[in-house]
Every structure is written in C-alpha cells, then in structure tokens.
Design a protein around this ligand. Structure first.
Ligand code: ADP
Ligand code: AMP
Length: 217
C-alpha cells in the first residue's frame, strides 16, 4: 500500500500517520521530520531549508523532490505513507513521474480537512519531544506529566514555526500552494475526504475504515 496524507499544517497528519504505521506496518516518510533531522545534523540541505521553514514558506521544489525521491528509494519496504509531501502540484507531478519510472503508483490519498481556526489552535498548542519526535498538545493530547515526554522523559519544546506569527504564514502558504494538490489528485486518483475537525480518535476510526477497505481489495 502506498498512500499520501494531505492536509493543512496542524490537521493531524503526523498524529494519524503514527497510528496508521502501528496498524498497517507502513513506513512513515515525513518531509518535515526529514528536514528537521537534516537541520539538527547541520547538513548543507538542512542549512538551505532553515530560513524557509522558520518563515513558514515552502522549501524549493527541486530540493524537496530530490530529498523525498532518495528517501523513497532507500526505503526497505515498498509500502509507505507520505506525510507533508507533496505540497505543490509540481511536487505531486514529479512524484508521479518518478514512481511510474519504478513501476509504482500512489494507491490512495487521504485528505484531512480542518478549519483554519482549529488548526491554528492545534499548532500553537503543539509540543514536540526533541529526542524521539513524539507530538503532544497542551490541551487536546497531553503528556502524562506536564512538559515531559511519555516515552523518554525529555523536556518538550515548541517548534519555532509553531509560534503564532509564523502559523498565519504557514496557513496562507497552505491555501495558496498546497490546496491545489487535492484537485490535482482528484483527476487521476482515489481521494478520501476526511473531516479532521473531529477529535483524534474519531478521525482514526474513519481513516482505518477507509484503509481496511483498501487492504481487503
Ligand atoms: P500535522 O502533522 O498535520 O502538522 P500534528 O499531527 O502534529 O499535525 O497535530 C498538530 C497538533 O494537534 C498536535 O499538537 C496534536 O497533538 C494535535 N492534534 C492532532 N490531531 C488532533 C485532533 N483530531 N484533535 C485535536 N488535536 C489534535
Ligand atoms: P511540517 O513538519 O510538515 O509542518 O513542515 C515544516 C516545514 O518544512 C514547512 O513549513 C516547510 O517549510 C518545510 N517543508 C516540509 N515539507 C515540505 C514540502 N513537501 N515542500 C516544501 N517545504 C516543505
């Protein structure tokens, strides 16, 4: 199974991907996570991406497409879920072409739609573990001990791009550059529209219903 999770920043892609991975054994490929790892490692790619990420803009297509094509090629399994990629129509078209070259295709697109006000509140309340990458929310999905990761006890941080001034730019970028990707895929693929305003467990139930049907085909 090769699937893409689309949706605004804060729609819940990462949260749901972890649950999808636990149930279906897919590989989770998150472009944002890969970029943050590159930044932490201080690579040239990480340095190139930094200013775009911190301002809420998109990293240029050619950088991202190459990075993700490599991640897909390196993947030990052919079954994966893409999170945060593609984010422009150009990235989606490039991804299609490179998959076709390898005799593959995306089987389903799950589009998590949530209102701007809701995703803005989720982003500003998001807290992340700098060690294991686990994601929490100060109100919606709290850690057992406030401010500390359930997995490793590390102190949770707020991502610099989750500060309110950057969040507004990220949502604008999403509407201008990423929303058209949904229509791009609707022309050629199965796109499942999911109401992601609901609480995380309800969203998971709907996602699993759709994916179970796909797996049993
Ligand atoms: P994305 O990967 O799409 O940017 P995340 O999965 O990181 O989004 O979720 C953003 C924030 O919202 C996190 O703090 C997460 O704990 C919280 N969250 C995710 N899904 C929901 C939901 N359905 N309802 C409420 N909060 C959620
Ligand atoms: P995310 O963790 O998915 O919210 O991504 C964080 C930031 O990384 C985004 O705001 C962009 O600056 C950058 N980024 C992640 N994925 C992409 C992508 N597919 N195309 C361009 N920039 C990306």
């Amino acid at each position: 199974m090769r699937i893409v999770l689309l949706g605004a920043p804060g729609a819940g892609k990462g949260t749901q991907c972890k649950r999808i991975v636990a149930r279906y054994g897919l590989l989770h490929l998150s472009s944002g996570d890969i970029l943050r790892q590159e930044r932490t490692a201080g690579t040239e790619l990480g340095q190139k991406a930094q200013s775009y990420m911190d301002s809420g803009a998109l990293v240029p297509d050619e950088v991202i497409v190459e990075m993700m094509a490599e991640a897909i090629k390196k993947a030990p399994q052919v079954a994966f879920v893409l999170d945060g990629f593609p984010r422009t129509v150009n990235q989606a078209a490039e991804l299609d072409q490179s998959l076709v070259r390898d005799g593959q295709r995306i089987e389903a697109i799950l589009n998590l739609s949530a209102d701007d006000q809701i995703v803005a509140e989720r982003l500003t309340g998001r807290r992340s573990c700098p060690q294991c990458g686990a994601v929490y929310h100060v109100k919606n999905l709290k850690p057992k001990v406030e401010g500390l990761c359930d997995n490793d006890g590390a102190r949770l941080i707020q991502r610099p791009d989750d500060h309110p001034d950057v969040v507004a730019n990220r949502l604008q970028t999403y509407h201008q550059q990423t929303e058209p990707v949904v229509d791009y895929y609707k022309k050629t693929n199965s796109v499942y529209d999911i109401d992601a305003n609901k609480d995380a467990d309800e969203v998971t139930v709907i996602l699993f219903e759709n994916l179970d049907a796909l797996v049993s085909v």
